[in-house]
Design a protein around this ligand. Structure first.
Ligand code: GLA
Length: 387
């Protein structure tokens, strides 16, 4: 094992439990295009990336779970899954993502899980919007099934992880992040239909171009409440359109339908959802034809729609995207994921990458006052055991 976070996970496990266990990894994700579409039942194009969460785990022949994280201050915790009020006790604690997932497995399979010793260690920057929560949840579901000999169905695991985040952690996210980190494949993105959960793996061959992830490093503020507000606005748009058309999801509507919506803010939200869903399909067509100029334009159009119509951008993200697009080697850029901070994505010519990063870095620092971070994501397999 050459990878540093994995080595640290193993060493920590050996120190704490004086034994060894099985090593697992679950990636984080980027989303090439298709934001605020999953909970509206449309198409998204995420991919699993090599930043992620490692865990070493073993059964401990007890009824309790000894959990340890290398990433948080309250790092060690002992859990009895049958103890009362776990949800209240773990509010705001990192272990809520783990315990919620374990309880969800018990609920879904009707099987009582055996106790385990687990050490977690992630290298996804916290608050970056690269899905560290989904990574931890899916990793937990996978390793618990693996060690308890429950047959592994990665689509089911994605749904259990999402249910745990919705109901136990209390964040009302869609299915995209959990699905991507569970089902990703090396070098590929997933064209996922969020209503049927059918998906197609799309090879991402960018030739002499690369994807650059630009982390705004903006401190997280009110992200969840604004996300929930957008979900409610989408529901409101759907409700109004349903008065004239028999549809289940907002992505089934078209731009004519939204004329029925009187409130211009709700109409703008619906406009984003309908056009973004189309951009996902068009992006896949462009990628299949190797038309990276068009794909770059679609990224920039997505940003404009998220900025003006869905209003999930903000000064930091707009500055990052504007600085990226000013660069002659950039084919397009957009805010990515839930928004209100987090990361943006740019498509850039390989030859110009150093100069691109330097110039965006400098412009961002001078306008925003703190530094951005840059990563070149490798597209990887979804959750799996290592070694
Ligand atoms: C967050 C959520 C996802 C999705 C995106 C926006 O990442 O967890 O379910 O809604 O925002 O596309």
């Amino acid at each position: 094992m050459k990878n540093l976070p994995a080595v640290r996970t193993k060493e920590t496990f050996q120190q704490l439990f004086e034994s060894t266990g099985t090593m697992f990894f679950c990636p984080g994700r980027i989303n090439l295009i298709g934001d605020h579409i999953d909970y509206n039942g449309g198409w998204v194009l995420p991919a699993a990336i090599s930043l992620g969460t490692y865990a070493m785990a073993s059964l401990n022949n007890k009824n309790t779970f000894s959990l340890y994280s290398c990433n948080f201050e309250q790092s060690a915790i002992q859990i009895d899954l049958s103890a009362p009020s776990l949800q209240q006790k773990l509010k705001g604690h990192w272990a809520a993502y783990v315990v919620g997932s374990l309880l969800e497995i018990e609920k879904q399979t009707g099987k009582k899980l055996s106790g385990m010793n687990i050490v977690f260690n992630g290298d996804i920057p916290r608050g970056s919007g690269l899905s560290s929560s989904a990574s931890l949840e899916v990793l937990t579901c996978y390793l618990a099934c693996y060690l308890n000999q429950i047959s592994i169905d990665k689509i089911a695991i994605s749904c259990w992880a999402q249910a745990s985040e919705n109901q136990f952690v209390g964040v009302n996210c869609g299915i995209m992040d959990q699905f991507a980190v569970a089902n990703g494949e090396e070098g590929k993105a997933l064209l996922l239909n969020c209503q049927s959960l059918n998906y197609e793996l799309i090879p991402i061959n960018l030739g002499n171009k690369v994807l650059v992830v630009m982390n705004s490093c903006k401190p997280r503020q009110l992200v969840e409440s604004k996300y929930n507000e957008r979900r409610m606005e989408s529901e409101e748009a759907l409700k109004q359109i349903q008065s004239i058309r028999n549809i289940d999801k907002l992505t089934e509507a078209n731009l004519e339908d939204i004329q029925i919506i009187r409130d211009s803010l709700i109409r703008k939200r619906a406009h984003h959802v309908i056009t973004e869903n189309r951009r996902v399909i068009e992006s896949v067509e462009a990628l299949k034809k190797n038309n990276l100029i068009r794909f770059g334009q679609l990224l920039s159009e997505s940003h404009e729609s998220l900025r003006l119509n869905y209003e999930t951008s903000g000064e930091e993200m707009d500055q990052l995207v504007a600085a990226a697009k000013q660069n002659k080697d950039c084919l397009g850029a957009r805010i990515m994921g839930g928004g209100f901070g987090g990361c943006a994505l740019a498509l850039v010519k390989k030859d110009g990458i150093d100069q691109f990063i330097q110039s965006v870095d400098k412009k961002y620092l001078s306008t925003i006052g703190y530094k951005a971070e840059f990563y070149l994501p490798l597209l990887t397999d979804g959750v799996k055991e290592l070694e």
